[in-house]
Design a protein around this ligand. Structure first.
Ligand SMILES: [Zn+2]
Length: 279
């Protein structure tokens, strides 16, 4: 394991938890949508459910996958495999290039989750939240997390990234993911500046829209350049008019923890993908 990973490993969880509490406070002081006005009980239930999924998934990743990723990165470096190990390059160029490659993969992985019906069955758990806020950043089906964690192994092999570079990338990715899911009052000017480089709250609001032509846009989670480069960048003139969620996941029994776990197995609601949706 490399020094960058060791330096970061003690900080990742404190950063994520601090961001969560700061953004929860911001959402309380200046919410963008009034989902939970005078309904603290609903807010607690909603947030508790989402955070439970995040903790559960995080534990599975920590127990099962971090060790596998460490073995893969150590083996790749020891044998000189991977694009970044083809030549001797300075440390910071290595870090930057690994960062770009990992984010490029994250963009396409997310896009495949929308375009391949089997993957959409799992990813729709994330999109089924009708009240997107900072806790939605934790709301993923375990199946999606397992698939992405397994596929990360060949990505690490191909890129030649280190475990420290992956940890740095994941830390920044999750911090930005928390920000762009948060239900915070964020000025349009600040959003415009942020989205020059990063996925902004207004970009990601469009991605969580019920209109699937909008859902199938803005796939990037960190660097906004990928959506511009691959033609999936989209904005709504007034994001206040966006309605979050999916039309086929609004039943109360679907919005419980067992309902979210079972959502990929639902037979009555065929996955709606760009191929069969007309907006
Ligand atoms: Zn998505």
């Amino acid at each position: 394991m490399d020094a960058l990973f060791n330096a970061l490993s003690g900080w990742r969880w404190p950063i994520a938890v601090s961001m969560l509490f700061l953004l929860l406070l911001w959402e309380s002081a200046s919410p963008y949508f009034l989902f939970f006005r005078k309904r603290t009980d609903n807010r607690l239930r909603h947030g508790g459910r989402n955070v439970f999924l995040g903790i559960f998934n995080g534990l599975v990743v920590a127990v099962v996958f971090v060790g596998l990723w460490a073995k893969m990165t150590d083996w790749t470096a020891a044998n000189g495999y991977g694009l970044l190990n083809l030549a001797s390059i300075p440390f910071w160029i290595h870090v930057l290039a690994a960062f770009l490659m990992l984010d490029f993969w994250t963009y396409w992985w997310h896009r495949f989750n929308h375009t391949l019906p089997f993957l959409w069955r799992f990813h729709k758990v994330h999109h089924s939240d009708p009240c997107m806020d900072v806790t939605t950043a934790n709301r993923f089906h375990l199946g999606e997390i397992v698939f992405s964690s397994i596929l990360r192994l060949p990505v690490l092999l191909l890129a030649g990234a280190t475990l420290g570079e992956l940890a740095l990338y994941e830390t920044l990715l999750f911090a930005n993911t928390q920000i762009h899911h948060a239900n915070i009052g964020f000025s349009s000017v600040a959003d415009k500046v942020l989205r020059i480089f990063l996925t902004s709250p207004n970009m990601h609001k469009v991605h969580h829209s019920r209109l699937l032509a909008e859902t199938n846009s803005n796939y990037t989670s960190l660097l906004s350049v990928w959506d511009r480069l691959f033609g999936s960048f989209r904005l709504r003139a007034n994001p206040h008019e966006i309605s979050f969620g999916l039309d086929d996941t609004d039943q109360p029994n679907q919005q419980t923890i067992p309902g979210l776990f079972l959502m990929p197995t639902e037979k009555n609601n065929p996955p709606i993908t760009p191929q069969n949706h007309q907006s």
